[in-house]
Design a protein around this ligand. Structure first.
Ligand code: IPM
Ligand code: MN
Length: 372
């Protein structure tokens, strides 16, 4: 198969983690006989520096012509600390979500037994954690009217949802639940917010169409607590834009490292894949960031291309690195491997260059990329 991929490396550690995901895609191409071609585009602080615009039209055009988009990270401290900046890197990401109608952001959260010790939660709370967050991505408070009065002391962010916006993402979440444990939890704040009551009304009506799916309703404050107290109760979580942003970072604590979590944003025939972590500017250029969030995002892209064996090969290779202690600094601060070495190991595993059982412990300890 041939696939054309738009690659947006973005800011901070984005370029280095994305480079490893591309390397892994190339290994898959070689091993399974596919051709992946890439077109690199600008977005974020990088794009502002080079063009003055966080999302140049050329990037939108390239994305519209591609089969899928691989995105790294966005954000730069010089904007975070300047609330008066008129042009901000994040606008690039928000605008591309809107331009490509990426209305559903899908964030799987799964705990890895070999990483239980990294989570602040007790191991028994982490067993069998395996859920997926469906976050609405192109509506709500993120995209409502924003206003600051002339005196600069009153600000407004409006939150609007229509039934159509709620139903298109809910439909995807219900379908997804049908292929999993058939449980869906709508997270909202229906005791306070009118928009949340509209979510509930629509999801209740949709639940009637999916009698096999057990549907729960949970207020977001309680959900934030339940995610930590008893995370294995969740299967599919459906929620609006801002609640989804917040609880998905919280969910990452269950995996041991934010650096491991991939995500897919999908809409009408378009899809963008990105790790959920940010641009982590302190680590940029040091070859220490965790590339697995980006590599697992590439695995989600392969699923989207219906290349299921290929996606499984990536996930198996990632599991293999974690089980053998080939991990980056966020996971083991003393015995760590570089970003590029992890990418090389995952690729080598996919290409069967590493015979099973042939890992040489002495070389592991020396942190050599040639381990056999
Ligand atoms: C995310 C990020 C973005 C968001 C930021 C960078 C605008 O936190 O993808 O979760 O809030 O959606
Ligand atoms: Mn976020």
């Amino acid at each position: 198969m041939q696939k054309h991929i738009a690659v947006i490396p973005g800011d901070g550690i984005g370029p280095e983690v994305t480079a490893q995901a591309v390397r892994v895609l190339n290994a898959i191409g070689q091993q399974f006989g596919h051709t992946f071609s890439y077109e690199y585009c600008l977005m974020g602080a990088d794009a502002i520096d080079k063009t003055g615009d966080p999302l140049p039209q050329a990037t939108v055009d390239t994305c519209l012509q591609s089969d899928a988009i691989l995105f790294g990270a966005i954000g730069h401290p010089k904007y975070d600390n300047d609330p008066t900046a008129k042009v901000r890197p994040e606008q690039g990401l928000l605008r591309i979500r809107k331009a490509l109608e990426l209305f559903a952001n899908i964030r799987p959260v799964k705990s890895y037994p070999s990483l239980y010790h990294l989570s602040p939660l007790k191991a028994n709370a982490l067993e069998e954690v395996d859920f997926v967050i469906f976050r609405e991505l192109t509506g709500g408070i993120y995209f409502g009217k924003k206003e600051l009065n002339e005196a600069g002391d009153v600000a407004i962010d409006e939150c609007t949802y229509s039934s159509a916006e709620i139903n298109r993402v809910s439909e995807l979440a219900f379908q997804f639940a049908m292929n999993r444990r058939k449980k869906l939890t709508l997270v909202d704040k229906a005791n306070v917010l009118e928009t949340s009551r509209l979510w509930r009304k629509n999801v209740q009506a949709m639940a009637a169409k999916y009698p096999e799916v057990q549907v729960d309703y949970m207020f977001v404050d309680n959900a934030a607590m339940q995610l930590i107290l008893y995370p294995k109760q969740f299967d599919v979580i459906l929620t609006e834009n801002m609640f989804g942003d917040i609880i998905s970072d919280e969910g990452s604590v269950l995996t041991g490292s934010l650096g491991l979590l991939p995500s897919a944003s999908v809409g009408n025939g378009r899809a963008l894949f990105e790790p959920i972590h940010g641009s982590y500017p302190q680590a940029a250029g040091k070859d220490i960031a965790n590339p697995l969030g980006s590599i697992l995002s590439a695995a989600l892209m392969l699923e989207y291309f219906e290349m299921h064996k290929e996606a499984q090969a990536v996930k198996d290779a990632v599991d293999w690195t974690l089980q053998h202690g080939f991990v980056t600094k966020d996971i083991d601060a003393t015995n760590f491997y570089f970003t590029s070495t992890i990418g090389e190991l995952v690729s080598d595993h996919i290409l069967h260059k590493i015979p099973e059982g042939a890992v040489n412990q002495a070389n592991i300890e020396l942190r050599k990329s040639t381990i056999i």
